[in-house]
Design a protein around this ligand. Sequence first.
Ligand SMILES: *Cc1c(COP(=O)(O)O)cnc(C)c1O
Length: 371
Amino acid sequence: MDEFKINVTRSSMPPLEEYVEEIKPLWESRWLSNHGAIAQKLEAELKERLGVADICTFVNGHMALEVLIQSLSLPRGAEVITTPYTHISTTHAITRNGLIPVFADIEPVHYTLDPDRIEEAITEKTAAIVATHVYGFPCDVERIEQIAERHGLVVVYDAAHAFNVKYKGVGIGNFGDYSMFSCHATKVFHTIEGGLVTCKPEHAAELRRIRQISNFGNVTEDDISYVGPNAKMNEFAAAMGVCNLRHLDEMIALRRAADARYCERLGNIEGIHLPRPDGDTEWNCIYFPVVFDGVRFNRDVIKERLAEHGIYARKYFYPLTNTANCYVEQYGAADLPVAREVSQNVLTLPMFSDLTQHIVDEICDIVLQGE
Ligand SMILES: *Cc1c(COP(=O)(O)O)cnc(C)c1O
């Protein structure tokens, strides 16, 4: 028998026959990548599902963000105001484009970039804001839009956690100038590895350019206008997406049941804070983040104890990206008290669609043993 092991996420899989059915035509067409028939079908279905004007599929979320930022053609050395409380991918996508990340602190409710701190960080060199919808909780998209308009800044959202999220009834990919979604195996919706860029309707021409950049910068066969990487989604990945999309609603409903059970067991416990979406948000239950007080409950002790029982929770997000070894020398001194505090005490507990109530209860029993 396999050793009992529960990871923080577990990929959902469509029925095998369904996937086989979807990839069968490839043995005829022999067209396996380069925005083939299945990728096009997936893009059409995703436009519908996310309620966005346009969409481009990518090999993964990181390359989607990197190519998206490249497409903005910001001057080398321009400043980009961003959050330290995110996946390292967000920060890498900025610096690998030759831009300077300026880290601003997060707000204490949903841990997204604090609009007041954004305003303080703006200088003559500021060109863009790159913010993350942490755990699928929307950033303060209204205030960020006002700030961006006032200062002429581009707004890019790392929406890697926010697939299927709606804010005030509107698909989250409609806010800001552009959004990136990750379709990695560990996310709510996946294509094994994959990513998406969405944009608001008036940027349709730019999205075409983003697509060209993602294919080595080829505009036509003879016209290579951009220095682009290869970042296209392949057909086998797209087929996984087509299948998973069919089952997404039931998968999210199952997550919601596990989420509700966690809340029953861990809500109203002194020393445990559960960050939750607010009433304007239709949420996707991508993670179950818990923030401990560090006194009654110690994050690292609990993480260790869970691991002794074969349960692997993760510290999303720790370390802050500005203190990662590759950045600490340049950016480690940034003054980010809220982000630092949350990052030191947060733990994301296992969350996936086939997580049973029995296992949730077992996890909660272990957490509630306290310090
Ligand atoms: C997963 C993730 C990414 C990277 O996406 P990949 O598809 O894994 O490349 C970027 N940002 C955040 C916030 C993520 O969670």
